[in-house]
Design a protein around this ligand. Structure first.
Ligand SMILES: [Fe+2]
Ligand SMILES: [Fe+2]
Length: 161
């Protein structure tokens, strides 16, 4: 896990461009969903595409799962490497403090880290406003609290990509 996080950190620093979405992925998304995908950082677009490609190879006909793979992180905004790193460290070392940071303003550093930790809900809210299918929203909102086979598969692949 430590090795994975170090590699992820190096990726976050070095990725400036994500490869374009393959046509079959573009065709899965509505215009609004595609706009949400495109507004993510290059790091998150690259990560989401990697999750999508692995799930597409294993479950090519699971349309809702594949859409969730592409869109599960649209609520992250565009966090800096520092914010991503602090979140990883806070989750591992001081999870109880992280929970209490909900009292801080989203304009301050701790409030921003808390907000990033809640990106599953933020992503689901964006997708609700974009008119996404309720199953896609359900999978996205449970990306860190999987409850069935599809959501467990998404969480497992997400944690490795
Ligand atoms: Fe996520
Ligand atoms: Fe993710």
């Amino acid at each position: 896990m430590v090795r994975y996080r170090i590699l992820q950190f190096i990726n976050a620093i070095t990725i400036r461009h994500a490869p374009p979405l393959p046509n079959e992925a573009v065709l899965l998304l509505s215009q609004k969903e595609l706009a949400l995908f495109q507004r993510m950082s290059a790091f998150d677009r690259h990560h989401s595409l990697t999750v999508y490609l692995e799930l597409a190879s294993r479950r090519p006909n699971s349309v809702h799962l594949l859409k969730a793979a592409l869109l599960h992180d649209v609520g992250k905004g565009r966090p800096s490497v520092l914010h991503r790193t602090i979140l990883v460290l806070a989750k591992a070392l001081i999870p109880q403090h992280l929970t209490s940071w909900n009292r801080y303003s989203r304009h301050g550093f701790r409030g921003q880290i808390y907000s990033l930790s809640q990106h599953a809900n933020e992503s689901a809210s964006f997708l609700y406003l974009a008119g996404s299918h309720k199953r896609v929203i359900e999978l996205v909102s449970h990306q860190e609290t999987p409850f069935d086979a599809d959501s467990r598969l998404l969480a497992e692949v997400d944690s490795r990509c």
